[in-house]
Design a protein around this ligand. Structure first.
Ligand code: GLU
Length: 457
């Protein structure tokens, strides 16, 4: 069977780096196994879901380098969930409940004071037809719970029932169904909570591996029972650890700064974000990986730690710098051109400055230095000014190439007796206005003799 995975966010906000981690784990898993990736929007919460968020999520995925094989919306599949509900009702494992949230809350408190686990006591199972009719006559509508298969013959006597699976990420996992309340699958207003549609879709879409955050481990116990109740073989499951902010808080769709859109707008390279989102919290070294294919080679879901990982945005800058350092011109040509960096000098310029930029847009400042001279003229002592003037007087004749800098400074050394920093730094300051930057050997041919002379103090 073709490996099939899905990424299933609710389109209720922008995705952040933690959501991207889930998407990427799925994408890389599919890549590794020659599988399919389904983009599924869990949009059964009609009040909060929006098409514009779904569109933004797709845009973010494309930017990261994820191109789904199929896109599905749960809101367009309601009849499939209705059919599953009928099946469960016929099987006698979906039952109507009429409690209000306040009543449930009170019951939980009573159970606690009696030393019982605060799970739902299945009181609604005892309702007679007349009692139900009375609730309905009162205007109450039922919500529907799935009767967990955690008992022998008497649902009021739950027994320890371990659901065990070999997690793709965490190894052997167990959830005891007796420790859980029967989950509500359908709300009073007939809308669906996440649990049932997810299982129905995973069956219909022939999902073979469900890879998601470890906040879903308990759901998996319930969902495996639900797969079986619907007559389906459960898929394999994998639960990766979650990312938190550097102060340890969970990420939410509201933490704008760590949204993929925010990271993109801050000028980061997608593969810097991708590398960190995937490699953090694993036994792999976090380093900038240049391509998704290379990352797929390195990706091993089982190498993921079981505890939450702190995510430090500063690490992104380090990775971004490392990535740009190695990026060939052909990969950034169009973006440089959009920044106004084009023409025959664009390529040697990029090769000269790429080791000195944190973000691609930083190259604009260097382009300006080359085109119109130092943005702020350097402060040179009178002695250094004289030295620089003398050095400029013996600039070699053109043509200039990568060896010109050495030829020139050798001559300057002979002429002035200066060496080391005293020789280079005043020249660097006169040429660029800055004490650090790209190799002067690379910059000099870009400036040309005329451009260099224009910087003579
Ligand atoms: N909509 C669910 C979520 O975002 C999907 C979980 C799953 O992958 O099954 O948490």
């Amino acid at each position: 069977m073709t490996v099939t995975v899905r990424f299933a966010p609710s389109p209720t906000g922008h995705i952040h780096i933690g959501n991207a981690r889930t998407a990427l784990f799925n994408w890389l898993f599919a890549m590794k196994h020659g599988g399919r990736f389904i983009q599924r929007f869990d949009d059964t919460d009609f009040a909060r879901s929006r098409q514009e968020y779904a569109d933004a999520i797709l845009y973010d995925l494309h930017w990261l380098g994820i191109f789904p094989d199929a896109i599905r919306y749960q809101s367009r599949r309601i009849e499939n969930y209705d059919a599953a509900v009928e099946r469960l009702k016929e099987a006698g494992v979906l039952y109507a409940c009429y409690e209000t949230p306040e009543e449930l809350d009170l019951r939980r408190k009573v159970r606690r004071t009696r030393g019982l686990p605060p799970v739902y006591g299945r009181e609604a199972l005892k309702l007679t037809a007349d009692e139900k009719a009375a609730f309905e006559a009162d205007g109450r509508r039922p919500h529907w719970r799935f009767l967990l298969p955690n008992f022998d013959t008497d649902p009021f006597e739950p027994q320890r029932t371990d659901i065990v699976w070999t997690d793709v990420v965490r190894g052997e996992e167990t959830v005891d169904l007796a420790s859980l309340s029967d989950p509500v699958l359908v709300r009073e207003d007939g809308t669906y909570l996440y649990t049932l549609p997810s299982v129905v879709d995973d069956i219909d879409m022939e999902v073979t591996h469900v890879i998601r955050g470890d906040d879903h481990v308990t759901n998996t116990g319930v969902q495996i029972a639900l797969f079986k109740a619907l007559g389906a073989e459960p898929p394999a499951f994998g639960h990766h650890n979650l990312l938190t902010t550097s102060s340890g808080e969970g990420l939410s769709k509201r933490s704008g700064a760590l949204s993929i859109a925010g990271l993109r707008e801050s000028g980061l390279e997608p593969m810097a974000v991708v590398s960190l989102a995937v490699l953090i919290g694993t036994s792999e070294n976090v380093s900038a990986v240049a391509s998704m294919a290379e990352l797929a080679e390195r990706f091993d879901p089982a190498a993921t730690s079981k505890s939450a990982s702190k995510f430090d945005p500063d690490e992104l800058i380090v990775l971004n710098r490392a990535l740009l350092h190695e990026t060939p011109f052909s990969e950034v040509q169009d973006r440089l051109s959009a920044l106004g960096i084009s023409g025959e000098k664009a390529e040697p310029f990029w090769l000269a400055v790429r080791g000195n930029v944190e973000k691609l847009s930083d190259s604009v400042a260097w382009w300006k230095v080359l085109k119109s001279g130092p943005q702020e003229p350097a402060e040179l002592s009178d002695e250094d000014k004289d030295y620089v003037r003398a050095a400029f007087d013996i600039l070699p004749e053109e043509p200039w190439d990568a060896s010109t800098w050495k030829a020139w400074t050798d001559a300057v050394r002979k002429e002035t007796g200066r060496k080391g920093k005293a020789l280079f730094m005043p020249l660097r300051l006169a040429l660029t206005g800055l004490a650090a930057g790209p190799e002067l050997a690379d910059l000099l041919p870009l400036l040309g003799r005329e451009g260099t002379l224009a910087r003579q103090p």
